[in-house]
Design a protein around this ligand. Structure first.
Ligand code: PLP
Length: 302
């Protein structure tokens, strides 16, 4: 057992020609919070874990796809902090060929419950009630760690900053992280920072709706055009960039989230949309499991 979070993530300046030769780019290293678990998934769990503790719950129950960083984060947090964990898995058979996200979740002691896609999509409350009805020990965490608690944990990132950046840029999928960052900027009175969430899948209108609904007087622009075909899709160009950046800095980035966000940053610097006199903060959200894919292997050994 241990405390939460494991470490306070540092901010450091990163010099990489593969990104930009002229710009001052700082990295908030939330990837260092944990070697495997995504930094933002830890952040989104923090307030849920506090709530579970204060209600004397001992069992965390959640929902995820078979390649879910959130599922792995809950499994790991349970092992670290002494909770039992269970996860409903969408549309997946569990067997000896199950992928390594599921393997790691099981190593951390998580109980996996495979359910079909329709039940998963439409009947989450029902699933929870039928499996855990009389179990007062259970605390339910929404898919992806979203919602108010998830945002509050992310907002803390801004309180940890020692300077006010002109831009903060990061990978965005459900816009929970982006919402939390806007909330944090607002709380801390960072009026001159523009948030640049980079869309890594094609759900622009959903993300915009979520961000606009916050009704915060805080500048943001959802960056699109760097989806590379959609969620977890890649291109040889993206893979080459990722490999170059990693070899230049020693900082691991993945093709699903942070690789796309950094590629977007490189393009915005190149085009002059972000001028070189601006201070840029890249939020490294972690997500290392996405790096260990067959596509990456194919690229490295071609
Ligand atoms: C889940 C995840 C994101 C996206 O976060 P949202 O809050 O869903 O927008 C970004 N980066 C990594 C590494 C993730 O695991």
């Amino acid at each position: 057992m241990s405390t939460f979070p494991l470490i306070n993530a540092v901010t450091e300046q990163v010099f990489a020609n593969s990104l930009s030769k002229e710009h001052s780019i700082f990295f908030k290293r939330d990837d260092l919070i944990h070697s495997i678990v995504s930094g933002n998934k830890w952040r989104k769990l923090e307030h849920h874990i506090e709530a579970a503790k204060s209600q004397n719950k001992t069992h965390l129950v959640t929902f995820g796809g078979a390649f879910s960083n959130h599922m792995v984060a809950v499994a790991c947090a349970g092992a670290v902090l002494g909770f039992k964990t269970s996860c409903f898995i969408r549309g997946e058979e569990l067997n000896r060929n199950s992928n390594f996200y599921l393997q790691i979740a099981v190593l951390y002691g998580m109980h996996l419950i495979p359910v079909d896609r329709i039940d998963y999509r439409e009947k989450k409350d029902y699933l929870f009630r039928t499996h855990f009805e009389n179990n007062a020990d259970c605390y339910c965490i929404p898919e992806g760690g979203g919602g108010e608690f998830g945002m509050l944990g992310v907002a803390d990132i801004i309180s940890e900053l020692t300077f006010e950046p002109d831009y903060i840029i990061h990978a965005s999928a459900t816009a929970t992280t982006a919402s939390g960052l806007l909330l944090g900027l607002n709380k801390n009175g960072f009026k001159n920072t523009t948030l640049l969430p980079v869309n890594v899948l094609k759900n622009e209108s959903e993300q915009l709706e979520k961000l606009n609904n916050l009704r915060l007087n805080q500048a943001f622009k959802l960056i699109t055009g760097f989806e590379f075909g959609g969620y977890a899709k890649t291109s040889p160009e993206l893979m080459v960039f990722i490999q170059k950046f990693i070899s230049e800095t020693g900082i691991l980035i993945d093709p699903v989230y942070t690789g796309k966000a950094l590629y977007a940053l490189k393009s915005l610097c190149e085009s002059g949309e972000i001028s070189s006199d601006k201070k840029v903060l890249f939020l490294h959200t972690g997500g290392m499991l996405g790096l260990f894919s067959e596509k990456m292997m194919a690229r490295l050994f071609e």
